[in-house]
Each structure stands twice: as structure tokens, then as C-alpha cells.
Write a protein that binds this ligand. Structure first.
Ligand SMILES: NC(=O)c1ccc[n+]([C@@H]2O[C@H](COP(=O)([O-])OP(=O)(O)OC[C@H]3O[C@@H](n4cnc5c(N)ncnc54)[C@H](OP(=O)(O)O)[C@@H]3O)[C@@H](O)[C@H]2O)c1
Length: 340
């Protein structure tokens, strides 16, 4: 098999393809021939040495794949062999062969390509948890989503529009026209405009019922101020800590220092009728049965044409460094994938 290794913390060129013998599926595992692997911002942070969950380097990252099962380990259902699937991988997804516990594998419905399948787990499970499970978004409410052109942003927009909500998105200006076509009602170029004052204008001062924020730092403070009564702020990342392509402790410290350490006190929340919550899909490995329930509902929405992963670009394994540059240069509209 071929795997993409993070050989040391650093810029994208630390990503290196290496060959190894094919793995043998262990008890309860299925082996997947991978046709596409999802690239996530967490992989970028891991490569930069900024991701606390990363196993020790050298490491093969990757949280999701699409492909076909070609072997079943002892105790796993052999009926999976030959089936088209997508799967959650707890690291190791940047490979053309991977073994995963059966519970983390999902059958791909007819018409869903391996690329679309690989674009589902991280983006759509996260969006589902943010918008439906914890955000409880309702028809007539307004959702503000940052990085609206990223994989999670597009997934969240599809769910929010299906629920009958209004969507305000922040994104680099070059993505605005396409995002309008994908259902975002109002767009803000966060690089040239202050999103807080623009949201006040757009909502005529009322504020927002649900905010999805993976930028972090000061953005959480502004978001909290923008919540209307009963509004909820979902915090799920700190991309503002990744300013360059190599680790900068100064940017990390700046982001940490600008967090709203003193705004979300119990009394403040109680008096303002506001809610704040956190989401980290990478810490839900003990809840895989629950996630399977979310997947079932998302697949029903796939059948209805609501869930439609947008593939920004695919890169060959040998060009993995270019895939990371592309994401960090903020060029992606939707999911970035690696194909063997
Ligand atoms: N907690 C969780 O479980 C979880 C799960 C998935 C993702 N996340 C987080 O959610 C965020 C979005 O993930 P995603 O997969 O949807 O996005 P993505 O597809 O990786 O998109 C990256 C986009 O984010 C925007 N961005 C904002 N700040 C950036 C920065 N400092 N460097 C590079 N790009 C930046 C850029 O678009 P614009 O310039 O157009 O905004 C860029 O194109 C990430 O922070 C990720 O870590 C968290």
C-alpha cells in the first residue's frame, strides 16, 4: 500500500509518500481499498505541530475515506466484501488501503461516488451536530456560518436551508458568487469588512439565533455579542491560530489570549438568554452508535437531494503538499480530496 506520512512538523513539503505491505484486517475490522481520502483543516494543524490529538510524528493522518471493502477480519460481517463504502478513520486515512472497525463503515448509496462519500464524514457529521443536534436550528431563524465556503460551511448551509433558515456566511470574496448559488443568503468578506457590524446591518440590529464559528479568538467574542435572545454560539475550531504554514507560537498565543475567557459566565448567560456550546467530532469515538444514527438521517437527505458534497479539487497522493497549500491559501470551495 501507499501512505502519505507527516515526516516532521512543518510546511506542506514534509508530506511524503511511502510504500508498505498491505495491512491485514484485525478482529471486527474491514479492509478498504481507498479511492479518495478527505483532507481536513485538522490535518493541516497536525502537520504544523498545532494539533493536540495527533499521535506522535511520524504519522499518517486522515479521518475519512471512500472506497470498496476487499476483506473482513474475524467477527466482521463478510457480506461487506465487495461493497462500496465510506468510512471514518481514526488517523491513517491518507492511504490507498486502510483497516477500520466495522462500526465506522457506511454503505454508499447508489449514485454516490467514492469522492462524495469521502467528503461526508467530517463535514456532514460536524454540521449535523452543530446545526441539528446542539444548535437546534428552526425555520425562520438566522444562522451565521464562518468559512462558509469550507466543507463544513457548505454542509451546514444545505442543512439550514432545508430547515427553512436564513444563512449569512463569511468567506473570501472570490467565493461569494458561487456561495450565493449554493444557498447562502448574505455574504460578508471578513477580510475587508467587520463581520460584526455587517451582521447588525443585515439583521437590522436583531442579531443571530445560531452561529457556527471555527475561527476562534476574537471571533467568539464578536459572535457572542451578536446573539439574539435565545441565540446559540457553536464553537468548533481555532483556525485563526494557523497564520502561516509553519507553527507560530506567537499566533497560537494571540488566539488563546483573545478568547472570551470572561464573557461566558453563568450569570451573564442566564441574564442574556444566550447559549454557548463546543463541538469536536474527534472526541466522539465513544459515540459511534449515535453518529450512525446521524448518518442514517443524512443519507435520507442525500436521497432527497439535500445533502450534496461539493468537491473543490482532487490531488494525487504525490501532490499532497499542493493539497495542503491549496487549503491554506484559502482557495477551496468545498472539500479537498486526495486520490491514489
Ligand atoms: N471540531 C470539529 O469537530 C471540526 C470538524 C471539522 C472542521 N472543523 C474546523 O472547522 C473549520 C472549517 O473546516 P472545513 O473543513 O469546513 O474547512 P476547509 O474546507 O478546511 O476550509 C478552509 C477554509 O477556511 C477559511 N479559513 C479561515 N481561516 C483560515 C486560516 N487561518 N487558514 C486557512 N483557511 C482559513 C478559508 O476560506 P475563506 O477565506 O473563504 O473563509 C479556507 O478556504 C476548520 O477550522 C476546522 O478545523 C472542526
Amino acid at each position: 500500500m501507499r501512505q502519505i506520512w507527516i515526516t516532521k512538523a512543518g510546511a506542506p513539503d514534509v508530506l511524503t509518500v511511502k510504500e508498505a505491505p498491505d495491512p491485514v484486517p484485525g478482529a471486527g475490522e474491514l479492509r478498504i481499498r481507498v479511492h479518495a481520502s478527505g483532507v481536513n483543516f485538522a490535518d493541516v494543524l497536525g502537520r504544523m505541530g498545532l494539533y493536540p490529538d495527533l499521535p506522535p510524528i511520524p504519522v499518517v493522518v486522515g479521518y475519512e475515506v471512500g472506497g470498496r471493502v476487499d476483506a473482513a477480519g474475524a467477527g466482521a460481517d463478510p457480506a461487506w466484501v465487495g461493497r462500496d463504502v465510506f468510512a471514518m478513520t481514526r488517523f491513517g486515512g491518507y492511504a490507498d488501503v486502510v483497516c477500520v472497525p466495522e462500526a465506522q463503515v457506511f454503505a454508499r448509496p447508489q449514485g454516490m461516488s467514492a469522492e462524495q462519500g469521502a467528503a461526508i464524514p467530517v463535514n456532514y457529521f460536524t454540521a449535523w451536530q452543530l446545526v441539528v443536534v446542539m444548535g437546534s436550528l428552526n425555520a425562520g431563524e438566522t444562522m451565521l456560518v464562518h468559512s462558509a465556503g469550507g466543507g463544513v460551511g457548505i454542509a451546514a448551509t444545505q442543512l439550514a436551508k432545508h430547515l427553512g433558515a436564513t444563512v449569512i456566511g463569511t468567506a473570501s470574496a472570490a467565493k461569494h458568487a458561487a456561495l450565493r448559488g449554493l444557498g447562502v443568503d448574505h455574504l460578508i468578506d471578513y477580510r475587508t469588512e467587520d463581520f460584526e457590524s455587517r451582521v447588525r446591518e443585515i439583521t437590522k440590529g436583531r442579531g443571530i439565533e445560531l452561529i457556527l464559528d471555527a475561527v476562534g479568538g476574537d471571533s467568539f467574542k464578536k459572535g457572542y455579542r451578536l446573539l439574539s435572545p435565545t441565540g446559540r454560539l457553536g464553537m468548533f475550531g481555532i483556525s485563526s491560530a494557523a497564520t502561516g504554514k509553519e507553527r507560530s507560537m506567537a499566533s497560537m498565543l494571540r488566539t488563546v489570549a483573545s478568547m472570551p475567557w470572561f464573557q461566558f459566565t453563568p450569570i451573564a448567560l442566564l441574564n442574556a438568554n444566550k447559549g454557548v456550546f463546543g463541538v469536536n467530532l474527534g472526541h466522539l469515538w465513544g459515540e459511534v452508535d449515535r453518529i450512525r444514527g446521524w448518518a442514517g438521517q443524512l443519507l435520507k437527505l442525500w436521497e432527497k437531494g439535500v445533502v450534496r458534497p461539493q468537491i473543490a479539487r482532487t490531488f494525487r497522493f504525490d501532490d499532497a503538499a499542493a493539497a495542503h497549500h491549496y487549503l491554506q491559501d484559502r482557495k477551496n470551495l468545498g472539500k479537498v480530496l486526495l486520490v491514489p
